[in-house]
Design a protein around this ligand. Structure first.
Ligand SMILES: Cc1ncc(COP(=O)(O)O)c(C=O)c1O
Length: 413
């Protein structure tokens, strides 16, 4: 099937990392996903830590989410007009994110970030943005500039020049950058927990410092919570760390498995969007009833007591078990996580920024990945991307995972 699909889809994939190009070997073709498990076309079952690259925070296909989406689909997949589920979704989202007074729904994280950046530029009248080395914000031109694990040709130099980059977790570098470009920076775009260069938490006080510098320079602070939103807490990293951005981008988990993005913030900023203001953004499928129904039900389930405690308990169980193995074997492996997003990094010391992440041993990770795949555990096929636990993983799943991951680590030690 790999060869057949590669003859009609470039690389055989609709998104590059699905191809296993970083870990080698042939990608797996999945047929079904349910709860904490995925099943391939050859009848193999895996305990899943890809989580579809983030969305599956409740596990795959929670029955009530499927039922809500099915019901909406039967009443019409897309209207091209406002509808009640959109209102319900917006109200629920705003209740969970106090920094958001108004929100627009789009269809992907890429679209959310692209739109938020345009809005920030339109509303400040400034052109520059600042982003962070190693952070990933989707594949629009403005954010696919150099110094990250995914760079691209085809981004005009003239466009890239409007994006300045500084190292993550380095406040003096940011201070210097904003001072050198005073009055010109529309927005600072940051993943509050960096998810695609190892899972890197902000150092204590860092996000507060970022907030302070943005306010001092009248620069809008955009939190890209496409991955962290609804994952590290219902209210995202901004709730976890108590820092309020001006604009927030969401995606992944918000749609309950269906394609979604969202961006929102204070009304005075959001009201710059057409038809009220002058900033244009639109979308045929944006806010469609099927995704909204799925999202409303997902937000309801995530609001139930105990979900995030369960995620934290499972993640702790996993890291405690793995930590013991790594200590015993004296392996140069770093375990990094925030809530249910985690990384097993083959690096000699903690990874705190992009430069640190460059020493991660991708070859060692590839061995680990395949050892696990053979044993029935599916990690992201990337040495630096966040793996994702779900609330559907049972203590027994974690116990099995610790045993199999420890076996794999022993065999490559
Ligand atoms: C932090 C972050 N922002 C943006 C995106 C882009 O989202 P999408 O793949 O839905 O376009 C991703 C996807 O991996 C992400 O992790």
């Amino acid at each position: 099937m790999s060869e057949q699909i590669a003859s009609v889809i470039p690389g055989g994939v609709d998104s590059p990392f699905r191809s296993f190009h970083e870990v080698g070997g042939h990608t797996i073709f999945l047929e079904r996903a349910s709860g904490a498990y995925v099943f391939d076309v050859d009848g193999n079952k895996y305990i899943d830590y890809l989580g579809a690259w983030g969305p599956a925070v409740l596990g795959h296909s929670p029955p009530s989410v499927v039922a809500a989406a099915r019901k909406a689909l039967e009443s019409g997949a897309v209207f091209g007009t406002p509808h009640a589920l959109e209102l319900e979704m917006a109200e629920q989202l705003i209740a969970a994110y106090p920094s958001i007074e108004k929100v627009r729904f789009v269809n992907s994280g890429t679209e959310a970030v692209m739109s938020a950046v345009r809005l920030a530029r339109g509303c400040t009248g400034r052109d520059l943005i600042v982003s962070f080395e190693g952070c990933y914000h989707g594949h629009s031109d403005a954010v696919l500039v150099s110094r990250q694990h995914r760079a691209s040709s085809g981004v005009p130099q003239a466009v890239a020049e409007f994006t300045l980059q500084v190292p993550f977790n380095d406040l003096p570098a940011l201070e210097q950058c904003l001072a050198a470009n005073a009055g010109q920076v529309a927005a600072l775009l940051i993943e509050p927990v960096a998810g695609s260069m190892g899972v890197i938490p902000p150092e204590p006080g860092y996000l507060e410092g970022v907030r302070r510098l943005c306010s001092a320079h009248d620069t809008l602070l955009i939190f890209d919570e496409v991955l962290t939103g609804l994952r590290v807490a219902l209210g995202g990293a901004q709730a976890l760390y108590g820092v309020k951005p001006d604009l927030t981008c969401l995606g992944k988990a918000l749609g309950g498995g269906l394609p979604i993005g969202a961006y929102g913030g204070a009304a005075w900023i959001m009201d710059h969007l057409q038809p009220l203001g002058q900033v244009y953004q639109a979308g045929t499928f944006s806010g469609n009833p099927v995704t909204m129904a799925s999202g409303v039900e997902t937000l309801k389930l995530l609001s139930e007591p105990g979900v995030y405690q369960t995620l934290e308990a499972r993640a702790q169980q996993l890291f405690q078990g793995l930590g013991e193995t790594i200590r015993k074997l004296e392996l140069p492996v770093q375990l990094q996580r925030v809530g249910s997003m985690f990384a097993v990094l083959f690096a000699p010391g903690p990874v705190k920024n992009y430069r640190d992440s460059l020493v991660i041993d991708a070859g060692r990770f590839a061995e680990f990945f395949h050892q696990l795949l053979d044993r029935g555990i599916f990690l992201p096929p990337s040495a630096v991307d966040a793996a994702c636990l779900s609330a559907a993983h049972s203590p027994q799943d974690i116990e099995t995972s610790v045993r199999l991951m420890s076996e794999a680590l022993r065999s490559i030690a």
